[in-house]
Design a protein around this ligand. Structure first.
Ligand SMILES: Nc1nc2c(ncn2[C@@H]2O[C@H](COP(=O)(O)OP(=O)(O)OP(=O)(O)O)[C@@H](O)[C@H]2O)c(=O)[nH]1
Ligand SMILES: [Mg+2]
Length: 695
């Protein structure tokens, strides 16, 4: 069935790993009548965790999309993974949703991944709320989580559900908005049951309702005046006020429950159906043919435009392209343009999904998310439009990879198959990258963490049956010089027939870091004729491609060609190239060369209790601490650290912080190394060359 834009709601469930997202998703689908019974994550049969890698590890690896109907609305729900390795799927769900629901386990409060996700949502100005779950657990501490939210995010969460008891005494929640209670039934396998608010909760619920009214009035000046005058608001006024205030992000709703016991779900669904933003209140960003960015409001009245948010290669259905419709509508059996590829795209059947299950629809309206199967041209981030508007939506911005491994197929015959697999894997998860580094002669795969990379390696070995070898990638060192020097070289072969002759005299000098190369032709009086200068430059380029210390590329050198000599018959471009290459090498040896190593900018997020250990580990890694902040028990450390020390940092940090820490890393600059560290690099480079020559 197709739903018009005003009836669609998109919600992303996100939060720290293991906080009950998939369990909540499963029970919401049960409450919404989509599935006949709710399964547990442990059983491996949930809608959310259905891929083999998810079933095996009992964690979510991919975003799952399904939808529920409530009060005539279609609620699309994204169940996202909690591990930071799969952040790509979380971010695409944030972009596609108008509301994000962060889960918080009431035993542990707000955990570190949730803090990072909050920041991401904040930068998107995305309306967001919390679902405080697992209240049936003996260690549940509801008020602690509320206090934690307040402390960590400096907001006053507005409770829309009040728990009735916790642990063994947990009975259910009161829906504050509608002043109704919802009771857990028996062992919790049946849906929660609605009833009047028990007398003992009447007073606290009235107080909380007052807060809701305040939050509603906050969004609207006229309402605020009325509230101040009358001291209350009519239910419809209150709802309208909340809708406005939430869309403006002026309050943060907090829900509560025990998803596993089917509790706290109806108040949440009613809130989503009645208060969550209509997609038409949001917009996306497109870049025009002239490069200018402009907001595109979600609008069903405009011609079609849609964005490919995700690509899945399904074992049975083949390639599935997930589309968020931004404007207009997309119809089955139609034709559209893939602006990004500048190609026509034939749209056959259209689907919406309930997890893995596809359901055919005729149309999809702005705001909805649907699927095109076996598309000929669509890739993630592509823009589909009715005409050739020329403007396309901004590609999703994702963090840079933090963990890399070099891979190669054990048997040469598998190279192509491995290559094809890597292309698809990178298409399915845009945080996963692969590239062949010609300098180090390695195929390097990289991503957001060891877990993500290991899952890919498992697929290569098990599904693709390709035997691969892995190793720590080589660091791309550089060489440079530290003082001025010069040399001359004469290339001469003049024995019989047509000879070779060229003499080059040059001076080299260090350039500031990052300036790479400058060539100055200071030849006077035609000592080297103009037509041989390109030969000289080629020779220098060859000299710079392999330095004299460990054959790494040479950078930040000015080369001044000062003099030379030619022979009217025997000189050639080749002669000058060889002379220049040798003159450069000789000059470099005289110019006190040094090795440079890449220095990375590292940002680490850890719980404060691990701060000391992380700092001392970084100092052991030759790190320079640049700054440190701490908010609500979570420390952010910024440091400059040599890349060579960070090749296995995702593994190191995990062991220091019991898996709770995370980090971002990007290249910053090159810095000189000397002494034993440089000696080791030179030795390793020699060993590598010997091995290479043997092969
Ligand atoms: N007692 C109790 N256990 C729960 C509840 N919700 C989730 N759990 C358990 O918590 C564990 C983790 O739940 P998941 O739903 O897989 O958590 P998740 O957030 O989806 O995990 P990731 O996708 O890996 O981030 C499972 O063993 C659930 O059965 C709850 O309300 N009560
Ligand atoms: Mg999950």
């Amino acid at each position: 069935m197709s739903f018009s834009s005003d009836l669609i709601r998109n919600v992303a469930i996100a939060g720290h790993g293991g906080t009950g997202k998939t369990t909540l998703f499963e029970h919401l689908l049960f409450a919404g009548g989509v599935i006949p019974r709710a399964e547990t994550v442990e059983s491996g049969k949930t809608v959310g965790d259905s891929a083999p890698e998810e079933i095996e590890r009992k964690i979510s690896v991919h975003t799952t999309l399904a939808h529920i109907e409530r009060s005539g609305k279609k609620i699309n729900i994204f169940d996202t993974p909690g591990s930071s390795d799969f952040i790509g799927d979380v971010i695409l769900s944030f972009r596609s949703s108008e509301f994000a629901l962060l889960t918080a386990d009431c035993r542990s409060g707000v955990q570190i991944e949730t803090v990072k996700l909050w920041r991401n949502l904040e930068s998107r100005e995305k309306p967001r709320g919390f679902f405080i779950t697992r209240l049936d657990d003996e260690r549940a501490d509801y008020n602690k989580v509320l206090a934690d939210i307040k402390e960590k995010f400096k907001v006053e969460p507005v409770p829309f559900a009040l728990p009735m008891g916790t642990g063994a005494n947990y009975k259910g929640v009161v829906d504050v908005l509608n002043s109704r209670a919802y009771f857990v039934q028996g062992d919790g396998s049946a849906p929660e049951k609605e009833g009047p608010v028990p007398a003992e909760y009447e007073e606290p619920v009235a107080e909380l309702r007052e807060k809701l009214v305040e939050a509603a009035a906050e969004g609207d000046d006229a309402l605020m005046e009325k509230y101040i005058e009358q001291g209350s608001l009519a239910p419809e006024e209150m709802r309208a006020g909340l809708v406005k205030a939430l869309a403006a992000g002026s309050f943060v709703p907090a829900f509560a429950g025990a998803a596993l016991k089917n509790s706290g779900l109806f108040p949440l669904l009613d809130f989503i159906a009645e208060v969550c933003p209509d997609p038409r209140s949001s917009s996306d960003v497109a870049v025009g043919a002239d490069g200018a960015q402009a907001a595109v409001p979600l609008d069903p009245e405009k011609p079609l435009s849609a964005l490919v948010i995700k690509t899945v290669y399904d074992q049975f259905s083949g390639k599935l392209s997930w589309l968020k419709i931004i404007t207009g509508k997309l119809s089955a059996d139609s034709e559209a343009s893939n602006v990004s590829e500048n190609k026509k795209e034939r749209i056959g059947k259209l689907y919406v999904c309930q997890g893995k299950k596809l359901e055919e629809v005729r149309e999809l309206f702005a705001g909805d998310v649907g699927i095109v199967a076996k598309s000929a041209t669509l890739k993630t981030n592509d823009t589909l439009t009715a005409g050739d508007s020329g403007s396309s939506f901004l590609p999703l911005r994702l963090p840079e990879p933090v963990h890399a491994v070099a891979v190669n197929a054990a048997a040469k015959k598998d190279d192509d198959k491995l290559g094809e697999f890597l292309v698809r894997a990178a298409e399915e998860d845009r945080t996963f990258r692969y590239n062949y580094n010609a300098e180090t002669k390695e195929t390097v795969i990289s991503g957001m963490g060891e877990l993500q990379i290991n899952i890919i390696l498992d697929k290569i070995r098990t599904n693709q049956k390709i035997e691969v070898e892995t190793h720590v990638p080589r660091v791309a060192y550089r060489e440079t010089i530290t003082k001025k020097a010069g040399a001359e070289y004469t290339h001469k072969k003049q024995t019989g027939g047509h000879g070779q002759y060229g003499k080059v005299v040059m001076e080299i000098a260090p350039l500031p870091r990052g300036e790479n190369y400058q060539f100055v032709n200071a030849i006077f009086g035609g000592a080297i004729p103009r037509n041989y200068i390109p030969g000289v430059e080629k020779g220098i380029a060859e000299g710079m491609a392999r330095g004299t210390m460990a054959q790494y590329p040479v950078v930040d050198v000015e080369v001044k060609l000062t003099d030379g000599k030619y022979h009217p018959v025997d000189s050639s471009e080749l002669s000058f190239k060889l002379a220049a290459r040798n003159a450069f090498r000789e000059s470099m040896r005289q110019a006190s060369p040094t090795l440079l190593e890449p220095i990375m900018n590292l940002t680490v997020f850890v719980e404060e209790k691990y701060l000391g250990d992380v700092m001392s580990d970084l100092s052991g890694k030759r790190g320079k601490i640049l700054g440190q902040d701490s908010v609500g028990g979570i420390a952010e450390i910024r440091a400059e650290v040599p890349q060579a020390e960070l090749l296995r940092y995702s593994i190191d940090l995990r062991s220091i912080t019991s898996g709770t820490g995370s980090f971002g890393v990007e290249f910053d600059h090159y810095a000189p190394i000397s002494g034993r560290i440089a000696d080791d690099v030179i030795k390793a480079a020699e060993a590598f060359r010997v091995k290479e020559e043997e092969e």
